[in-house]
Design a protein around this ligand. Structure first.
Ligand code: PMT
Length: 415
């Protein structure tokens, strides 16, 4: 791996990878991995031709997002419309860019998803051409590439060498590591960072966010935990920071990088999380996105519990409900207390029940125990409830949901 793709050369960048229909499309799979290793969040759109070479499912597995293949997919459009996707991207890379795709981009076509995205985005565009060397050297292709360059499009490659047809010449897709290195060498400011400029809607406010699971130790080698990855809470912390808030993130045991500009305290158990939360006050807003254990062993065994009988009963006691305590003890002091509710059924009923029982200003309910949402997944769908209203957030990346939730929090603050 080159130095540029090591570490986080593309940290926090949202990259839209548009895959064209050439044999080199298989290398775009590796490119997704390299972009993510370099710290980018990647969504993929494919032309019809690209789907003849590689399946959308492969890109979905590697990117962690549903692959977009058509302008006319109503389910996908509902989750994130193509214009929204074009806006979402910090940069767009077309790889492989075939001769035909380059011609259509040079002429401003918008007759399929990929060309429409490239025309609609205001993000910097990069293309990595790959084709037969005679097609590459053809004056028509060279004129198209020159026109794109003139408009500020970054052209990466192609390399000279053996081609798929057994011939040799310029036309090979540049290797994924080298593409990442060239992208990193032409930095763009992630919209997320740009939005953190002073003057955000939460400027001057202190926000405490909890995220991730808690681990309740049974003995020195075992614990009770849950499947929360921390992604939702981390995304919310980052979104609040982007709006100018001073954010303290209390994180359970997760493997996530601290969002830029966010302060973080790591904890393990529910008791430690409670202590860290109360140590963080005074604050203006509390957002409880953590999946806190409801029960913990009465006593954690000092040495490994031995296998003795056919069954083993655990003596568990209730953990303190941090969210309820925050809402009760700081009544009137916090401007807004926001809880989450993870439910497998009767989502609205249980969520509204918790809103009242825990005396919250807002609760965000999500269905868990499903594929493609809830715990661990990069995407989710949720509904926010408050005393006299509710709002649906259809399925979208958690980063997007976090921005939308923070926008709602700003609205509720001003209500
Ligand atoms: O982390 P991810 O993999 O991205 O998944 C995100 C998520 C599903 C964990 C998140 O969106 C979510 O729903 N978090 C809350 C999960 C949960 O514990 O829900 P609950 O219904 O059991 O708890 C309700 C609320 O009370 C939550 O705000 C929770 O933080 C809080 N609580 C619960 C128990 C406790 N002892 N103390 C608490 O503060």
């Amino acid at each position: 791996m080159t130095p540029a793709s090591k570490g986080h050369a593309l940290n926090a960048q949202r990259i839209l990878l548009c895959v064209g229909g050439g044999i080199a499309a298989y290398k775009a799979l590796e490119l997704v991995r390299r972009l993510r290793e370099a710290g980018a969040e990647v969504q993929v759109a494919m032309t019809a031709g690209a789907q003849q070479f590689v399946t959308p499912l492969s890109f979905q597995a590697l990117s962690g997002h549903a692959t977009r293949t058509s302008l006319w997919d109503s389910a996908a459009e509902q989750a994130m419309g193509h214009l929204e996707l074009a806006r979402w991207a910090d940069r767009v890379i077309v790889a492989p860019a075939t001769a035909d795709l380059l011609a259509r981009l040079a002429n401003g076509h918008a007759d399929d998803l990929v060309s429409t995205l490239c025309l609609a985005t205001t993000a910097p565009l990069s293309v990595a051409p790959a084709m037969n060397h005679r097609m590459w050297l053809n004056p028509a292709t060279q004129a198209n590439v020159a026109a794109l360059r003139e408009r500020g499009v970054q052209v990466i490659g192609p390399d000279d060498g053996p081609l798929a047809e057994g011939e040799s010449g310029p036309g090979r897709l540049r290797e994924p590591d080298a593409i990442v290195a060239e992208l990193a060498a032409a930095p763009v400011e992630p919209k997320s960072v740009a939005a953190a400029a002073p003057g955000g809607a939460l400027k001057g406010l202190r926000v405490v966010v909890t995220a991730g699971p808690t681990y309740e130790d049974l003995d020195p080698v075992r614990y009770l935990g849950n499947r929360s990855s921390g992604k939702m809470g981390f995304a919310v912390a980052a979104a609040a920071q982007r709006q100018g808030a001073d954010v303290l993130l209390v994180a359970g045991p997760v493997h996530l990088e601290t969002p830029a500009g966010v302060k973080r305290v790591d904890v393990r158990s529910a008791a430690q999380m409670r202590e860290a939360v109360f140590a963080a006050f005074p604050a203006d807003i509390y957002i409880g996105a953590a999946a806190v254990a409801d029960y913990t062993p009465r006593v954690a065994a000092a040495s490994k519990i031995k296998k003795t009988g056919e069954s083993l009963a655990l003596d568990l006691v209730r953990t303190p409900d941090i969210l309820s305590e925050v809402a009760a003890l700081t009544q009137g002091k916090l401007k807004l207390v926001v809880g989450f509710a993870a439910e497998t059924d009767n989502v609205a009923g249980y969520a509204r029940g918790k809103l009242v029982a825990k005396r919250l200003d807002l609760i965000v309910a999500n269905r868990v125990g499903i594929a493609d949402g809830g715990f661990e997944s990069d995407q989710n769908a949720m509904t926010a409830y408050w005393a006299d209203g509710e709002r649906d957030f259809p399925s979208a990346p958690k980063t997007q949901l976090a921005d939308d939730l923070v926008a709602l929090i700003v609205e509720r603050l001003n209500a």
